[in-house]
Design a protein around this ligand. Structure first.
Ligand code: NZQ
Ligand code: ZN
Length: 393
């Protein structure tokens, strides 16, 4: 087991009518003028936007609104938010949405207090010193941004999707009402579940094999969200199972499932190139490449993959070797992805064959022109990336 430092400072308000707490929470964390940041129409249509604004008004908190964040949030919207916050004297940002809105809010929060261009953080030219405090009203359990230290932004100039992480970016609070996820379309629900599983597995596939508590949490989390995914796809207003998925979203990405492990993250980096180039849904992109990554790397530690197969996927432990059990586990997770309507190849994801040139371009960007490798479980260079994309095509 590796030494670790677990830091998850976000206050969580969870349950029915939880959105009513937003005004009080903003005040508790010192906000006096708020940017209410949201996406397309979903929060307006459901009445959530109005409900949150009423909660701010009840605390006599002035606010300005900025909507229009798109999935795979864009740098131009972040710049717009920074300008608006400076012009209006905003001192607290409240995100209403999923990962895209929360990530856009995080990028605005660090850009407002920085004199240079906020993109500098994503290109490793600058480190965050201070930023505006922020909170989240979560509407889509998936990315885990409500408790994570990360933000992922797409620069339209070159379709570059890059992440940046700092503990300073953690939300002061996250408000979660599972009822507010009843309106999610099946595809977003399923993609969210894939992302939750992947945040857990990126930490699980590690060579530090002696962390039973962390493993058990991870395996239980994966089993639970699979079961709940089937339930909510059958019955979108099933509160109990929406709640399991929502809480799992936060726990899978607030560091808990990584205590004592090295973590990998290669599948995420490979996916960010797919959503940067093709603007696909992040969770669906992960499902499309994970199996090819897993088959490429599992021989590094077949016992670990066999443990995943048996404990997380319910594979019977009656194979002759750990290698065979491992492969059965990989197949079982891909079967689950297909059963909830997720792609397991790039052509299913983007609706056509990917070209060799596109594969080379994604590998070039992912490896920063061959200067960076990815992956903690198996270190992958540019050629390895090309191999995995080709296997997933
Ligand atoms: O824009 P609106 O109209 O709100 O519609 C959204 C959007 O079209 C819709 N939606 C959200 N809540 C809804 C709803 N529709 C109906 N009812 C609701 N309650 O869902 C669509 C997708 O939203 P989005 O926020 O893009 O999805 P998600 O939460 O999956 O976030 C994906 C983004 O997060 C990044 C991904 O790369 C991607 O850009 N990630 C962020 C991470 C982090 N900050 O820690 C880690 C992740 O690994 C991930 O990379
Ligand atoms: Zn993710």
């Amino acid at each position: 087991m590796k030494d670790f430092n677990y830091y998850a400072p976000t206050q969580v308000a969870f349950g029915r009518k939880a959105e009513q707490a937003t005004g009080r929470l903003v005040k508790q964390y010192g906000g006096t003028k708020v940017l209410v940041h949201y996406g397309g129409k979903s929060a307006e249509r459901s009445g959530l936007l109005d409900a949150v604004c009423h909660a701010l008004e009840a605390e006599h908190l002035p606010y300005v609104k900025l909507g229009g964040v798109v999935p795979n949030p864009r740098l131009s919207k972040v710049h717009e938010g920074i300008d608006l916050c400076r012009a209006e004297g905003v001192d607290f940002i409240l995100a209403i949405g999923g990962g895209s809105v929360i990530d856009s809010a995080k990028a605005i929060s660090m850009g407002v207090t920085y004199e240079g261009d906020v993109w500098d953080f994503f290109t490793h030219k600058a480190e965050v010193d201070t930023c505006l405090p922020l909170g989240a009203m979560l509407t889509l359990p998936a990315a885990g941004s409500e408790m994570s230290d990360a933000t992922v932004i797409t620069n339209e100039d070159g379709d570059l999707k890059k992440d940046y992480g700092s503990d300073k970016l953690r939300c002061k609070f996250a408000v979660m009402n599972p009822e507010r996820t009843f309106t999610l379309p099946p595809y977003q629900t399923a993609a969210g579940v894939v992302d939750i599983i992947m945040h857990t597995l990126e930490r699980y596939f590690s060579h530090d094999d002696d962390m039973t508590v962390t493993d058990s949490i991870a395996e239980s989390l994966i089993r639970t969200v699979q079961d709940s995914a089937f339930k909510v796809l059958q019955q979108p207003d099933n509160y109990l199972h929406r709640a399991q998925i929502m809480w799992a979203s936060s726990l899978s990405h607030n560091g808990l499932t990584g205590c004592g492990t090295t973590s990998d993250w290669a599948t995420h980096f490979l996916e960010h190139e797919l959503s940067g180039m093709f603007d696909v849904t992040h969770g669906a992109g992960l499902a499309a490449v994970w199996g090819s990554w897993a088959r490429y790397v599992y021989l590094e530690n077949p016992t670990r993959f066999a443990q995943f197969a048996v404990n997380a996927m319910g594979v019977r432990n009656n194979f002759k070797s750990a290698e065979e059990t491992a492969l059965a586990g990989i197949e079982a997770l891909e079967r689950f992805f297909r059963a909830i309507g997720m792609p397991t190849s790039i052509h299913e994801l983007i609706g056509r064959e990917i070209t060799d040139e596109e594969i080379r371009e994604m590998s070039r960007k992912c490896s920063y022109d061959g200067t960076h490798s990815i992956g903690g479980f198996k270190v992958l260079n540019r050629e390895d990336m090309e191999h995995i994309y080709r296997a997933a095509r």
